[in-house]
Ligand binder design. Structure first.
Ligand SMILES: [Zn+2]
Length: 112
């Protein structure tokens, strides 16, 4: 009788992070959200003003956000932001409509 192969091995190998040191600090490794200044994102909780659109105004160790509804500015540490992030509503750079700009990987270099 053939049994379905158990998947052994590849499942939990890389997960053996030492828990002694990182105790309850960061329960899970949350992927970093690739945001850029100018993006508009949706977070897990909406702002008390009713809007749930946040414009990225600063990226660094902290993420600076501005509520699109009322203009309030808040700051979240990277980790908090990644936890609360839900979706992109608008990207700063839209993939379409850019004509020959010879853009290779120029990040935020303004044309001087
Ligand atoms: Zn607001």
């Amino acid at each position: 009788m053939p049994r379905e192969p158990q998947r052994v091995g590849a499942t939990c190998v890389g997960q053996a992070i030492r828990r002694d040191l990182t105790e309850k600090r960061a329960p899970l490794a949350i992927p970093i959200t690739p945001v850029r200044v100018g993006d508009v994102v949706k977070l897990k909780k909406e702002h008390p003003c009713g809007a749930n659109e946040w414009k990225i105004i600063r990226v660094g160790m902290d993420i600076g956000l501005e509520c699109v509804g009322c203009g309030r500015k808040v700051r979240l540490v990277r980790y908090e932001f990644d936890r609360r992030f839900r979706a992109f509503l608008r990207r700063a750079i839209d993939e379409q409509g850019h004509s020959a700009a010879t853009a290779d990987e120029q990040d935020e270099a303004p044309p001087v």
